[in-house]
Design a protein around this ligand. Structure first.
Ligand code: GLC
Length: 738
């Protein structure tokens, strides 16, 4: 006993010695994050814990000033770091040090079908967010492309859960290496902008688990994402931002998510539900998330005073606030309080190069075939062959990093397509605007006088009469009711009178290259009359250089479509079940196509798309040999290896995306004809051949059995389809699952 007393006494002296004071655990980054969280929590008052769970300004939430725990600073968006916003409104703060690098929209990233592009993209945007001292980057978005009218498809990764799941992971991992949290969004079922704030989505468990959740699950379980954003809409009657099903049962229960759930701006609507159902940080309440807001104090937030009151009155358990506060503290320790994180960088030439590389790899060559002896395939465009190259279209000069909603960017530079073409082809290039859509606005659209449109069209047609070739640069843009948040497109057709202009141009000059800039499929009534069509996305700072490099052949296009282009809107699954399917009846909406989204619909219903999921041409061609499989039967716990030789039989080096789909030939549950289960992007020199191998596991064969609420695969025959797109199948194989 005496000995122990002496020890305690000596220890007490040691601790008391000046300079020897033991650093509190929560401030000691040699300790584990979990120990630091526990220690911080034990030191905090109830009021301080509640303050962690809601905004203190438009884009920040409180820390714990008394303990030296910093605030969390958040910023949009998925394609670049948004300009600084005012403390308490959506207005720009007018800083002069926040003009960023604009990276291509995520549809373009998906169209690269190259996870390495995701990695360099995430690294670069993470460095920009770190440099701008942001702790949470509000992206990437992974909502599935269900309808071509959705105003925000340009921000997401397409129609297929496997492609989106594969492409989202490296982006998140690389962003977070900068000590910046990614915030995968919008969880979940925010697949349209019409009535986004309240529409209640009803769907089967199979569609939920097989189509709409996988990319979020991959972000959590493979990407290790540190935060996730709840979506505005309702799911099965509850707001997603405090949905027991989405947040407690699936995200935190089944997936073991240890990060923080953040609302979309204005996505919280009820204190009790927010308290009990797993919401951690409430942002932007009383705003519609993009335009309006009402006078209020942050203490009026659902998770502010009202929540504190319920806790004190014992109406909700204290365990709820300890779970929330722990998750927010964990997010702070992973970001703001990570003393070892790198310093980032901003608008460097390296980031510019990343932006251009992703853009070049994502551009999709949809068509490039001769129309007749006189009208050859026009790409690549050899300037030496032409004297007058006419560029027509507003998208050749319009700044497309502006508008579109929260992903809008103030950029250090943006090379327009016209500037890129002038740099490439010099003064052979002549420009005619052709059409005008007016300035970017939200909730309003411009009325351009017909006389203006008529004269622009007449001038372009006049210029086209003696042009050697016409490059039309049009498509959609970031205006309200186009590729823009808070509204959906009202038509599948090209807007602003472009079709009339295109047919006028074709009447006087058939040598037209069509360059569509959009984040959505569009109707193409002129598709048979145009020899060459390029799908160029919103490409960011290096748009013009990327487009010019692909048009000229300096870069051989290798992008593949991340979503189907239906011939007409009625061929799309969501538009095949009346208003309740899209856009819903303004209260409820039912995803009646169930698991048959995109190519799953086109394949199974035998409705050919104009351009298929996975389609993309290049300036060379590839031959596929015969696929071979390692075994004719797959043992329950085993794997199969599939190998196929692919050869570049053209004259220039190129990249090909070899795609592997699997079809369940016989199943007591309805299944799509085939589903993407693997892809590999390979680069081959002319004449070079390589063996592409895929490993298939039993998991690749499973569907979500909603009768038993688990993933299962039924024994029987399966088919493997290997091809250059979902419809350009070059080799098939069969095997049996025991
Ligand atoms: C917007 C968007 C969301 C964005 C947030 C903050 O309404 O839905 O993607 O991150 O609010 O701007």
């Amino acid at each position: 006993m005496k000995k122990q007393l002496i020890t305690v006494f000596v220890m007490a002296i040691l601790f008391a010695l000046p300079g020897k004071a033991q650093k509190p655990v929560y401030l000691d980054d040699t300790k584990s994050i979990e120990d630091r969280v526990k220690d911080a929590l034990s030191r905090m008052t109830l009021e301080e814990k509640v303050k962690l769970c809601h905004a203190q300004s438009k884009f920040s939430s409180s820390g714990v000033p008394r303990l030296g725990i910093p605030e969390l600073w958040m910023s949009d968006g998925p394609h670049g770091v948004r300009e600084e916003i005012l403390w308490n409104s959506w207005g720009a703060a007018g800083w002069t040090n926040d003009s960023c690098t604009a990276f291509p929209a995520l549809t373009c990233l998906a169209a690269t079908w190259n996870p390495e592009m995701s990695a360099i993209y995430g690294k670069a945007i993470g460095e920009e967010a770190r440099y701008r001292r942001k702790d949470v980057l509000l992206g990437p978005g992974v909502n599935i492309y269900r309808t071509p009218l959705n105003g925000r498809n340009f921000e997401f990764l397409g129609e297929d859960p496997f492609l989106a799941s594969t492409m989202v992971v490296p982006y998140i991992q690389e962003v977070q290496k900068n000590g910046v949290a990614a915030c995968v969004k919008h969880y979940a079922l925010n697949n349209q902008e019409t009535w986004r704030g309240h529409i209640n989505v009803e769907l089967s468990d199979r569609a939920l688990y097989e189509i709409y959740l996988p990319a979020f699950k991959a972000a959590v379980q493979k990407g290790g994402v540190w935060s996730i954003m709840g979506s505005y809409n309702k799911v099965r009657g509850q707001h997603a931002c405090h949905s027991d099903l989405l947040l407690q049962k699936i995200l935190k229960g089944e997936w073991k998510f240890d990060g923080a759930v953040i609302t979309d701006w204005g996505g919280a609507h009820d204190t009790r539900e927010a308290a009990l159902n797993g919401l951690d940080i409430e942002m932007g309440s009383y705003t519609d998330g993009l335009i309006s807001e009402s006078a209020f104090t942050y203490d009026d937030y659902y998770l502010a005073r009202p929540y504190l009151q319920m806790l004190k009155e014992g109406k909700v358990p204290m365990s709820t606030i300890d779970d929330k506060a722990s998750r927010v503290l964990r997010l702070i320790f992973r970001t703001a309080m990570d003393s070892k994180k790198p310093w980032g960088s901003f608008t460097s030439e390296e980031h510019n190069k990343v932006s251009r590389t992703v853009a070049e790899e994502g551009i999709v060559l949809l068509k490039n075939t001769p129309l007749s002896k006189k009208i050859p395939a026009l790409l690549p465009l050899d300037g030496a062959k032409y004297n007058k190259i006419l560029v027509v279209g507003e998208n050749a000069t319009r700044r497309l990093t502006e508008g579109g909603g929260s992903s809008a960017l103030k950029v250090k530079n943006e090379v327009s397509p016209l500037a890129g073409l002038l740099a490439k082809y010099g003064d052979k290039v002549v420009y005619a605007k052709g059409y005008d859509s007016g300035r970017v606005m939200y909730e309003k659209i411009n009325k351009i006088p017909t006389s203006v449109l008529d004269s622009l069209r007449a001038e372009a047609i006049k210029q086209a009469t003696d042009a050697d070739v016409v490059i039309f640069i049009g498509g959609l843009n970031k205006n309200h009711l186009q590729d823009c948040e808070a509204g959906d497109r009202e038509s599948y057709a090209l807007p602003f009178g472009q079709n009339e202009l295109i047919s006028g141009l074709l009447k006087v000059n058939k040598k037209m290259v069509m360059v569509l800039i959009s984040g959505n499929a569009v109707e193409m009534p002129w598709v048979k009359e145009v020899p060459s069509i390029l799908q160029a996305w919103y490409l960011g700072s290096e748009s013009g250089n990327a487009i010019a490099n692909v048009l000229s052949g300096e870069v051989n296009p290798s992008g593949k479509l991340p979503f189907s282009f239906p011939v007409k809107l009625g061929d799309n699954a969501a538009h095949s079940f009346g208003q309740i399917s899209y856009p819903g009846d303004s209260i409820n909406q039912e995803y009646k196509e169930d698991i048959l989204v995109g190519y799953r619909w086109h394949d199974t219903k035998k409705i050919p798309a104009l351009f298929s999921f996975g389609h993309g041409l290049g300036y060379t061609s590839f031959s596929y040999g015969k696929a071979v499989i390692s075994d004719k039967t797959m043992p329950e716990d085993g794997t199969l290896v599939v190998t196929i030789p692919v050869k570049n039989i053209g004259k220039v080096a190129g990249k090909e995306v070899v795609q592997l789909y699997i079809g369940d030939e016989k199943c007591t549950f309805a299944r799509p004809l085939k589903e993407l289960k693997g892809f590999k992007k390979i680069a081959l020199a002319p004449g070079e051949e390589t063996a592409v191998t895929f490993t298939i596991t039993a998991d690749d064969l499973k569907f979500y059995n909603d009768k038993e609420s688990k993933w299962t695969a039924e024994a029987g025959k399966f088919k493997i389809y290997i091809g250059a797109s979902s419809t350009d199948i070059r080799s098939t194989l069969e095997f049996t699952l025991q």
